[in-house]
Ligand binder design. Structure first.
Ligand SMILES: Nc1ncnc2c1ncn2[C@@H]1O[C@H](COP(=O)(O)OP(=O)(O)O)[C@@H](O)[C@H]1O
Ligand SMILES: CC(=O)OP(=O)(O)O
Ligand SMILES: [Mg+2]
Length: 402
């Protein structure tokens, strides 16, 4: 089966066309800066990629550009949309409605719409993509794969907030988590690499990209995660502040005369690495700034590592130890200096980084970076949310057909 996977971000759209029979990626790409004058599409993989400047006013135009690249470009792998059998969408927030992936129906669309306020950067563009795909291929089955589903197993002690109970019930305020598809994938790969059943393992998974989250996966079950009611909570991120003293919010609203929308924007888009360093939300720029001695870049870099260590410590205690710590996404996979800072001095806990293995650059490869005698294994595993989304889509479409 040929499955198109769509992963819509606030200003980006990632896609992959996957042949699930052969477990083969046929095409992939990324539209960046959707909505701005300098938008472009990167179509193809690694050295074979091509970048085209292309104005895309919104996600609808971006999807047309994607279909065009898939069907008509120099690197096209199909000649018409009709060759695609199904479409799988990444949806960040599924609230309490979804503990697994779902075939998209009018009812599912209505629920995703209802949840837009809880993932304002992610759910609205994803919804738009579903609607455009439905218009372009009305008969094609479409599946929603939710970032939050994986965390529906959290116990109430982990997902409840200590606010008045009735208010939490009334507004369904609880920890939902995010990046679940990525955490699920790397936990499964971790077990395969360790050649042990996932049911025997305690794993801490770290997704460190532009958005960042860490999860505790105890014997295959997600028991805690750093993102909360929305993807703003937890770790310091590229532009998001993560967990802060909540009293800062009314304080700033009053002192700076900010509306709730403005403060939300400030915490989501102007904070994190970008807000602290004053340079960029991109770790590569911050690291360069730090290497050049920029004090705010050094501070941002150190705060980022500190934030990761806090959650590692929390989940290590929550699970009474860990068999493995897995790192993924842009920073987790590529930033050896950040990994060195995160794991510095943890030998007494049985977490021993192998400096040489950590430094070696095996871009895109799964690898152990702990010392052979380290009781806790440290593993880098490139995430593959698209592969998981294609797999779930395949299962759901097959179940419908039978
Ligand atoms: N070689 C590298 N060294 C340090 N950071 C890197 C490197 N490559 C990518 N990154 C960082 O990874 C982050 C983006 O990660 P990614 O997983 O692509 O994010 P997202 O999917 O959330 O947009 C950026 O901060 C980027 O700077
Ligand atoms: C949920 C989330 O933060 O996703 P991303 O990392 O794609 O922004
Ligand atoms: Mg991401």
């Amino acid at each position: 089966m040929k499955i198109l996977v769509i992963n819509a971000g606030s200003s980006s759209l990632k896609y992959q066309l996957i042949n699930t029979d052969e477990h083969r990626m046929l095409a992939k790409g990324l539209c960046e800066r959707v909505g701005s004058k300098d938008s472009y599409i990167k179509h193809g993989a690694d050295k074979d990629e091509r970048i085209f400047a292309q104005y895309m006013a919104d996600h609808e135009e971006a999807l047309h550009v994607v279909f065009d690249a898939l069907c008509h470009s120099e690197r096209s792998t199909i000649t018409s949309i009709d060759e695609i059998d199904a479409i799988g969408h990444r949806i960040v927030h599924g609230g309490n409605y979804f503990d697994s992936s779902a075939l998209i129906t009018p009812d599912v669309i209505q629920k995703i719409e209802e949840l837009c306020t809880l993932a304002p950067l992610h759910n609205p563009p994803a919804l738009k993509c579903i609607q455009v795909c439905q218009r372009m291929a009305p008969e094609m089955p479409q599946v929603a794969v939710f970032d939050t589903s994986f965390f529906q197993t959290l116990p109430p002690s982990a997902y409840m907030y200590p606010l008045p109970y009735e208010l939490c019930q009334k507004h369904q305020i609880r920890k939902y988590g995010a990046h679940g598809t990525s955490h699920r994938y790397i936990a499964q790969r971790c077990a395969a690499l360790m050649e042990r059943p996932i049911e025997d393992l305690k794993i801490i998974t770290c997704h460190l990209g532009n958005g960042c989250s860490i999860s505790a996966i105890d014997h295959g079950i997600a028991v805690d995660t750093s993102m909360g009611f929305t993807p703003l909570d937890g770790l310091m991120m590229g532009t998001r502040c993560g967990a802060i003293d909540p009293a800062i919010i009314p304080f700033l609203e009053e002192r700076e005369d900010l509306t709730p929308t403005q403060i939300n924007d400030l915490m989501n888009k102007q904070s994190g690495l970008k807000g602290v360093s004053g340079i960029s939300n991109d770790m590569r720029d911050v690291r360069k700034g730090a290497e050049e001695g920029n004090e705010r870049a050094i501070l941002a870099y150190e705060m980022y590592a500190h934030s990761i260590r806090k959650y590692l410590g929390q989940y290590f205690i929550e699970m009474a130890g860990a068999d493995a710590i897995v790192l993924t996404a842009g920073v987790g996979e590529n930033c050896d200096r950040m990994r060195r800072m995160v794991f510095a001095g943890l030998q007494p806990l049985g977490i021993i980084l192998d400096q040489e293995k950590n430094r070696r650059d095996y871009h895109g490869k799964e690898r152990f970076i702990s010392r052979d005698d380290s009781p806790v294994k440290i593993i880098v595993i490139p995430t593959n949310e698209e592969f998981m989304i294609a797999q779930d889509t395949l299962e759901i479409v097959n179940a419908q057909a039978s």
